[in-house]
Write a protein that binds this ligand. Structure first.
Ligand SMILES: C[S@@+](CC[C@H](N)C(=O)[O-])C[C@H]1O[C@@H](n2cnc3c(N)ncnc32)[C@H](O)[C@@H]1O
Length: 142
């Protein structure tokens, strides 16, 4: 399966390092990153994941703060997760995210409002910011 465009683009913006793929699914993004020199930890509720977690449990992620060069959140919306993603990203590292918006035909439960995704990264350097039926962002931690 093809990786998400936002992950491909994020990988061009930061040198390979340690990545965390939250709600990794079948691993299309993790596989791409590994092929490009990244070490990747994939978290999902399904048993195939490296780490099996219910990300909607609102527990702190079991990772140290400032420990990943890239954190991916692609097509999984649980709003408290953005704060956790920011916490575990190291300074200079990025969060890459793509989420359907209210402009899409997706169930509104799984959509962000226009402008919402970038609002989670106030004070971060926005390296990529696209928004239509899908909002995509790559934001670098100061
Ligand atoms: C639309 S898929 C996206 C998968 C992957 N990020 C991608 O881009 O291909 C959503 C993923 O969220 C996972 N998921 C759903 N609820 C979850 C939960 N409470 N905790 C962890 N993962 C969950 C699903 O198992 C599924 O893999």
């Amino acid at each position: 399966m093809e990786p998400a465009r936002v992950v491909v683009e994020a990988a061009k913006l930061v040198p390979p390092g340690r990545a965390l793929d939250l709600a990794c699914g079948r691993g299309r993004n993790a596989t791409f990153l590994k092929q490009h020199g990244w070490s990747v930890v994939g978290v999902d509720i399904v048993e195939e994941a490296d780490i099996v977690l219910d990300l909607e449990a609102n527990d702190p992620l079991p990772f140290e703060s400032d420990s990943f060069d890239m954190v991916c959140i692609v097509h999984f919306l649980w709003r408290p997760l953005f704060a956790q993603a920011r916490r575990v990203t190291r300074a200079g590292g990025v969060v890459a995210s793509a989420i359907h918006t209210t402009r899409s035909t997706m169930n509104p439960k799984y959509t962000v409002a226009i402008g919402e995704l970038r609002s989670y990264f106030a004070g971060w350097e926005i390296l990529l910011d696209r928004e239509d039926a899908i909002a995509e962002i790559v934001a670098r931690k100061p």
